[in-house]
Ligand binder design. Structure first.
Ligand SMILES: Cc1cc2nc3c(=O)[nH]c(=O)nc-3n(C[C@H](O)[C@H](O)[C@H](O)COP(=O)(O)O)c2cc1C
Length: 205
């Protein structure tokens, strides 16, 4: 099969949506998660995010990229205001509802109500969870790092509590998230069901 190549000048010349799709797919499969937040009046917000990354385990830090505020305002401003948010894994039957949370609803409109996803509250945790989600956790805001190149933000949170089904956790702490049906995403609108291939021993030189 023949291959092709593109230069940065090619990339810049592409039509906006073509470029968005192409470059978003380029870095590969990602986790897709629903982030639940509250505004200061305790009004809930839910949105899908896929640019999520493990930063470190001690302390347990997870980060995500938030687009510029004018494009995606609610999650970030709620996190700034309250300092607390939830991440909720998505399984296959939730994909359509989860995707719909990316619509630009006005502030004060609950994506839980609009998509039919169940809002769930847990004691002493002032941020909403997705009831249907099988793996969910709470993050406390540590830092918001502005990315000067494009106006996005890297939001860093510390894991404060975790809720998941017991059969997902292996003896050594590995999580078989495929047992919960957690999906992967690609680009801005592709969704996949990953399957387990193998685990390998710690590599030595
Ligand atoms: C599959 C998928 C992945 C997305 N990932 C991100 C992401 O990582 N960061 C981001 O800022 N927006 C992402 N979005 C867009 C947000 O979901 C969208 O902007 C949403 O309206 C933000 O809502 P908010 O203003 O309530 O925070 C994604 C959308 C989809 C469909």
């Amino acid at each position: 099969m023949s291959t092709t190549h593109f230069t940065s000048a090619n990339i810049q010349s592409w039509e906006r949506f073509y470029r968005t799709n192409f470059i978003n797919c380029l870095s590969g499969f990602k986790s897709a998660t629903l982030i639940g937040t509250n505004d200061t009046a305790a009004y809930p917000n839910l949105a899908i995010f896929s640019n999520i990354v493990h930063i470190g385990a001690a302390p347990a830090l997870i980060g995500f990229i938030n687009r510029p505020l004018e494009a995606a305002p609610h999650t970030l401003s709620n996190i700034k205001a309250t300092g607390i948010y939830t991440m909720n894994h998505i399984h296959t039957s939730l994909i359509k509802a989860a995707h719909q949370t990316s619509a630009k609803y006005a502030s004060g409109v609950s994506e839980f109500e609009k998509t039919g996803l169940t809002i769930e509250w847990k004691e002493n945790i002032p941020a909403p969870f997705v009831g249907e989600s099988k793996i969910k956790y709470v993050l406390e805001l540590e830092e918001i790092v502005p990315i000067k190149q494009n106006g996005t933000y890297f939001v860093i949170g510390k894991v404060a509590a975790i809720f998941l089904e017991e059969n997902i956790v292996d003896e050594d702490g590995f999580l078989h998230i495929e047992n919960a049906g957690s999906i992967s995403s690609l680009g801005i609108d592709g969704y996949y069901e990953p399957h387990f291939i193998t685990r390998l021993p710690y590599a030595k030189p």
